[in-house]
Design a protein around this ligand. Structure first.
Ligand code: HEM
Length: 379
């Protein structure tokens, strides 16, 4: 259908400002087409309501396309199948068995441990001169939190940090090379569970060894998402000093602010693509069975139909309906932990460094992730 706007992922203007590119498409209609060299075309939903409807519609299914295509040794293959590659009853069972370990209550109980990690990382920053908060703080923090959660011994953590850095940089060949190490490491941890989480997953929860290892390897992947987001959030807060001032003076706004930041500068631009299980009429566009469909988190989160005055950053806004953690059955399992981690990290930074300023903002042109190349700051 010719009326469907196309978004060229190779266009530098799209990479430089995906919010404008997707937003322009959104105002032409709820469906657009993503195109680009070396990239199979994909349908994308750009409006909030339509994106949510797709994410809860069983005709759009996640499957073996997410991790299975990775080139890894045969013994790793069974562990690649995470809950993100399953649907229906199989997926519901995995969610049921793991959800208690990721409940909001658990995340709150875990808060003091996150606070200790944040304090340690901030204490370790060089005393003077510019510092890159991306590599020195935002990247190591999520992996430290996952290590605490899963019970990785102190001595093993340096190599897990290397995995984390590889994961944060994307899914290229370096990533595939890191996968066997992550999976073998996850198997070792599961064989000798030394954390509440692993004792729960290997004990009462009733997961198989394969499912538990897949869960740990997925936590390493998915649990890195805060890294790029934290850097975006610091940059955003410093670019809006009036909003940072609100949070310094009235810290009760932090939970709102975390959601508003997710809405405003979330790092995941698109959901994982789903495939249609049958031919679907997608708001007037015929999508053939098996074609990929994604949702533009960035466009939906700035949809004026869902958020008043969406281009205003307001930490007091009730922005909880954002799609930064997706929606429906695959809604981020770690959302409660992510929220606590982000709040603890950002509030500590604002409290500790009242004169913080960003020296340079340079983004990596990455069609899937809105991210900074570095976050050099002066305190
Ligand atoms: C700011 C931080 C985070 C963001 C923005 C984020 C975002 C997301 C999104 C968008 C999805 C759904 C993907 C899709 O269906 O297309 C997802 C799923 C998931 N996330 Fe997160 N995430 C974050 C942090 C975390 C953390 C810290 C953990 C672990 C502790 C985690 C664990 C997971 C898991 C296990 C899934 C798969 C859920 C399923 O398939 O049912 N995430 N996340």
């Amino acid at each position: 259908m010719s009326a469907v706007p196309e978004i060229d992922l190779a266009d530098p203007a799209v990479a430089a400002d995906p919010f404008t590119a997707y937003g322009t498409a959104r105002e032409q209609g709820p469906v657009a087409k993503l195109v680009g060299p070396g990239f199979a075309p994909m349908w994308v939903l750009t409006r909030h309501a339509e994106a949510r409807a797709m994410l809860t519609d069983g005709r759009f299914a996640l499957g073996e396309g997410t991790y299975q295509p990775l080139d890894v040794p045969e013994h790793c293959r069974p562990y690649l199948r995470t809950m993100q590659e399953t649907e229906g009853e199989q997926h519901a069972r995995l969610r049921r068995l793991t959800a208690p370990a990721f409940a909001a209550r658990r995340a709150l109980d875990f808060r003091p441990r996150i606070e200790r990690v944040v304090t340690r990382l901030l204490d370790a920053l060089p005393a003077q001169g510019p510092v890159d908060l991306l590599t020195e703080f935002a990247q190591p923090l999520p992996m430290e939190v996952i290590c605490e959660l899963v019970g990785v011994p102190e001595a093993d953590r340096p190599r897990w940090h290397e995995y984390g850095t590889t994961v944060v940089r994307g899914t290229g060949s370096g990533f595939a090379t890191a996968v066997p190490g992550i999976i073998d490491g996850a198997r070792d941890l599961v064989a000798r569970p030394d954390s509440d989480l692993l004792r729960h997953l290997t004990g009462d929860a009733g997961l198989t060894e394969q499912e538990t290892v897949a869960m740990v390897w997925q936590l390493v992947l998915a649990g890195q998402t805060p890294a790029n987001f934290l850097a975006n959030a610091v940059e955003t807060l410093l670019a809006h000093p009036d909003q940072a001032a609100v949070l310094r003076a009235e810290p009760q706004w932090w939970p709102n602010a975390v959601d508003e930041l997710m809405r405003w500068c979330g790092s995941q631009l698109l959901t994982i693509p789903r495939r249609t299980t049958e031919d679907v009429d997608l708001h007037g566009v015929l999508v053939r069975a098996g074609e990929p469909v994604t949702a533009s988190i960035a466009a939906a989160n700035h949809d004026p139909r869902a958020f008043d005055d969406p281009d205003r950053f307001d930490v007091r806004r009730a922005a909880g309906a954002h799609l930064g953690f997706a929606y429906g059955p695959h809604f981020c399992l770690g959302a409660s932990f992510a929220r606590v981690q982000v709040e603890v990290a950002l509030s500590a930074i604002l409290d500790r460094f009242p004169g913080l300023r960003v020296l340079e903002v340079q983004r990596v042109p990455d069609p899937g992730t809105w991210r900074l190349a570095a976050l050099p700051v002066l305190r």
